[in-house]
Design a protein around this ligand. Structure first.
Ligand SMILES: NC(=O)c1ccc[n+]([C@@H]2O[C@H](COP(=O)([O-])OP(=O)(O)OC[C@H]3O[C@@H](n4cnc5c(N)ncnc54)[C@H](OP(=O)(O)O)[C@@H]3O)[C@@H](O)[C@H]2O)c1
Length: 265
């Protein structure tokens, strides 16, 4: 449950090694409370736990794999709540970025879609179900500006984020009146290991900016936030461009970058 100042006391991060996710969790939790890092790489989670622990803040780890069957996510949420009480905030920060050319065969596309879409969708569903039953709690879903306009070089990623974004917003709508809510976050290019080595597009930002945007959005009633904020109007304008113009812009941008990768977002 939140403390007397309305600050969360228990935060669960799905994708516990995510640099963006950790920055958000660190920002949202006061110096007290419990942070649960859930992910695949137990050694990396243990290192992160050590870094994020404070004198009066406990950080624990759990196993989570987005490729596992849905029941595993349901169980994970039950275990987290049984050990630490109601979940005030759940941050979903799972994702892999691969440009289309790197998805060498159809199985690689399947794995990318499972990681970026099916696994996260099931996590959204399972978390929303739990938060509804609690009667409170916030689910923060890391979408992307790629959800606003897919790009040729990142087609699978963009399609996955588009579908996840829609799904999370609709689930958020269905939670109205329950006390629980969903916040969809659409970052642009954020400097993390995911984008390491990629050329920086305009409006590139860092994890602290994303965390600050999430913190601010959670004090209001927004269902969607951009990081940085300027990407809201920029993406709205880009969406209005005719497809043929957008594709030319996209192709020109990819032509400027090695392997046609460009920005992550
Ligand atoms: N960085 C950007 O420019 C940017 C922009 C827009 C949106 N986003 C989104 O923001 C989120 C966080 O990204 P980030 O920049 O923080 O990158 P990151 O540090 O690489 O985090 C990605 C996370 O996804 C986890 N993951 C991947 N496959 C998984 C699986 N099968 N099961 C469980 N976890 C899995 C990774 O765990 P492992 O350590 O085990 O691999 C890691 O914790 C992602 O959803 C990403 O798409 C990022």
């Amino acid at each position: 449950m939140r403390d007397g100042f309305g600050r969360p006391q228990t935060v669960l991060l799905l994708g516990g090694t995510s640099e963006i996710g950790q920055a958000i969790a660190d920002r949202l939790l006061p110096e007290t409370g419990t942070l649960i890092l859930a992910g695949r790489d137990q050694a990396a989670l243990a290192r992160a736990a050590e870094r994020l622990t404070r004198t009066r803040r406990e950080v624990t780890t759990l196993h989570y794999d987005a490729l596992a069957p849905a029941a595993a996510t349901v169980d994970l949420l039950a275990v987290a709540a049984a050990r630490h009480g109601d979940l005030d905030v759940v941050v979903l920060a799972v994702g892999v970025l691969a440009d289309e050319a790197a998805l060498a065969d159809t199985s690689a596309v399947e794995q990318a879609m499972h990681t970026n879409l099916l696994g996260p969708m099931l996590a959204v569903h399972a978390t929303a179900t739990r938060l509804r039953a609690q009667g409170h709690g916030t689910l923060v879903v890391l979408s992307s500006v790629a959800a606003m306009r897919t790009r040729d070089g990142l087609l699978s990623y963009g399609v996955a984020k588009t579908a996840l974004d829609v799904y999370a917003r609709r689930i958020g709508d269905s939670l109205r009146g329950s006390g629980a809510r969903v916040l969809v976050v659409r970052p642009g290019h954020v400097r993390t290991r995911m984008t390491a080595g990629l050329p920086e597009p305009p409006f590139a930002t860092d994890v602290r900016n994303v965390a600050a945007r999430v913190g601010r959005a959670l004090t209001g009633r927004a269902a969607v936030t951009y990081a940085p904020a300027v990407l809201g109007p920029v993406m709205t304008a880009l969406r209005l461009l005719p497809a043929v113009v957008y594709r030319r812009l996209d192709a020109a941008r990819r032509g400027d970058t090695a392997l046609g990768k460009g920005a992550a977002s």
